[in-house]
Write a protein that binds this ligand. Structure first.
Ligand code: NAD
Length: 521
């Protein structure tokens, strides 16, 4: 009796121990149509930035597993490229419906892993969904050109053909939108794809969107997902079978990938960091402008590549700073799942440290701290990586906080005596993602539009991210490559032009052999 009691106890202890040791939820790879757990023994925790709870773990995928994904994509290519474009479009038509059906689930996953508010997470999904909708028109987008009778009996036409296996490497800040900038355009134009989500928030892209794409009828191997960090990115750059790479993220990673992959002869489109300025003219509508600055400066806790992180007040508009601070103070910082949250946490403890360090360096180099969010504590989420909205005034171009991308809820305020001077400040900045002007003068707006060196220009619009029938056209250090994401350029990126010259004429009584260069005389 005593022995069995002791054995029973031991079993209890073992159960408890086993429970503590229970492996965390592991995010599988998608290879050749199957969701498979990696055989790797190296994993990274995916952490909820509001609570520090481990949501799941992603594998540092082994090289042979990566090769299997590329090989699955390569094998799927011949039949997928020969599938009628109308059939490929229909998969997207179904996918957009499924994304709508699962919108709440997608948004909840984004908030859990990335931290942004649920409403903002819905926007993340929606902006990606619009690219899926756009890809439903691929038959028109991928159309070639035809010129009849360019010479006697000769017509010339061009065909846009898919490249083969393409790959996408994603950042953490838009876990739905950015994968959806990539694979829908790539696969609907006939390519197959290998997606590497951000290791910080892989759940939305890899699990849910890939599951939905399979449910929508995408054949096995057309979309593959592999997890990991630098090693797998380097493997993507080096792989002979991958023809093109879409990258979105920081300049360090983006330029590395651009150089390494183009040295291997690949096409690369690389969207990178930013410092987006808003110029405020004294004739702007005060109310609308201040609301736009607050929303674009602090939405998503400043973790948007198109966040307005720097305001240049021209002449008297500088006095609006006081009101800007007042409106910013009313923002509520909380976990993204809380209904009253305006902004959630930043992505990691390291990100919070970097943001706080850059704020401090601004103060030390002479900027005035009008609002300091560094010491914020959010009740119930004391462990979260929260930074409250922060405003630095009197910022100058030599300051580190100005030169570096902060990527947090920090708004820098500068001053200029004229529109000309304000434009020069923006143009001297190395980044060229976006810039906006707030004014009621058409003359000022038109000068700004003509003289500003930024790829995406807002006129009384703070975050001018183009819809998918245009392209995302960042410039200067914010982009490397020459074909932008989505829109016509996106289709061009994932396709190669073949130009055909055909002759159909009665060849009776030919005029003999001529070795001169053929002309249409
Ligand atoms: P990140 O560069 O750290 O990571 C992006 C991807 O690159 C990840 O998948 C990561 O695993 C990989 N990576 C990172 N370092 C690498 C290295 N040394 N070698 C190989 N691979 C590496 O970027 P992030 O922090 O996830 O995202 C934030 C950045 O993305 C910001 O700079 C932001 O401006 C930028 N961004 C730009 C756009 C745009 O369209 N221009 C959009 C969103 C985000």
């Amino acid at each position: 009796g005593r022995l069995s009691a002791i054995l029973g106890r031991l079993r209890d202890v073992e159960d408890t121990f086993h429970h503590l040791q229970t492996p965390k939820k592991r995010v599988p790879n998608l290879i050749g149509g199957c969701f498979v757990n990696s055989q790797s023994s190296d994993f990274i925790d995916v952490i909820n930035p509001a609570t520090q709870q481990v949501v799941s773990q992603i594998p540092l995928t082994k090289n042979e597993e990566f090769k299997a994904a590329v090989s699955a994509a390569k094998q799927a290519f011949p039949s997928w490229r020969n599938t009628p474009v109308t059939t490929r479009q229909r998969v997207m038509l179904k996918l957009q419906q499924l994304i709508r059906r699962d919108m709440d689930k997608l948004a909840m996953n984004i908030t859990t892993e990335q931290g942004k508010t649920l409403k903002d997470a819905q926007g993340d999904v929606f902006r990606g969904l619009e690219v899926v909708e756009h890809a439903c028109g691929m038959a028109s987008l991928q159309m070639g050109e035809f010129s009849s009778n360019v010479s006697h009996g000769i017509d010339t036409y061009s065909i846009r053909e898919p490249l083969g296996v393409c790959a996408g490497i994603c950042p953490f800040n838009f876990p739905a939108m950015i994968p959806l900038w990539m694979f829908p355009v790539a696969v609907t134009s006939g390519n197959t794809f290998v997606l590497k989500p951000s290791e910080k928030d892989p759940g939305c892209a890899s699990m849910i969107l890939a599951e939905l794409a399979m449910e929508a009828g995408l054949p096995s191997g057309v979309l593959n997902v592999v997890h990991g960090t630098n090693d797998i990115v380097n493997a993507i750059c080096d792989d002979e079978d991958i023809k093109a790479i879409s990258f979105v993220g920081s300049n360090t990673a983006g330029m590395h990938i651009y150089k390494r992959a183009s040295a291997k002869g690949k096409r690369v489109q690389s969207n990178m960091g930013a410092k987006n300025h808003g110029i405020v003219m004294p004739d702007a509508s005060l109310d609308a402008t201040l609301n736009a600055l607050v929303a674009a400066g602090f939405g998503a806790a400043g973790q948007r590549c198109m966040a307005l992180s720097t305001v240049v007040f021209v002449r008297d508009s500088k006095e609006w700073e006081i009101e800007l601070v007042k409106r910013t103070k009313s923002l509520k910082v909380n976990a993204g799942t809380e209904p009253d949250a305006d902004l959630g946490p930043v992505i990691s403890k390291q990100a919070k440290e970097r943001v706080c360090r850059l704020i401090q360096s601004g103060v030390e180099s002479g900027a005035r701290l009008l609002l300091d969010g560094r010491d914020i504590v959010v009740p119930g989420y004391e462990q979260g990586n929260f930074v409250g909205p922060t405003i630095l005034s009197g910022v100058t171009e030599d300051m580190e906080c100005y030169k570096e991308e902060i990527f947090g809820p920090v708004l820098l305020c500068m001053q200029a005596d004229s529109l000309e001077e304000a434009i020069n400040i923006v143009n001297r900045n190395k980044y060229g993602n976006g810039a906006a002007i707030f004014t009621s003068s058409g003359v000022a707006a038109r000068k700004f539009q003509a003289d500003i060196e930024a790829g995406q220009v807002g006129i009384n619009v703070p975050i001018p991210v183009p819809l998918p029938f245009f392209s995302f056209t960042g410039s200067k250090a914010s982009f490397a490559g020459d074909l932008n994401f989505y829109g016509k350029a996106g289709v061009n990126f994932y396709t190669q032009i073949k130009t055909v010259t055909q002759q159909w004429k009665d060849l009776g009584g030919g005029s003999g052999v001529s070795l001169a260069m053929p002309t249409s005389h």
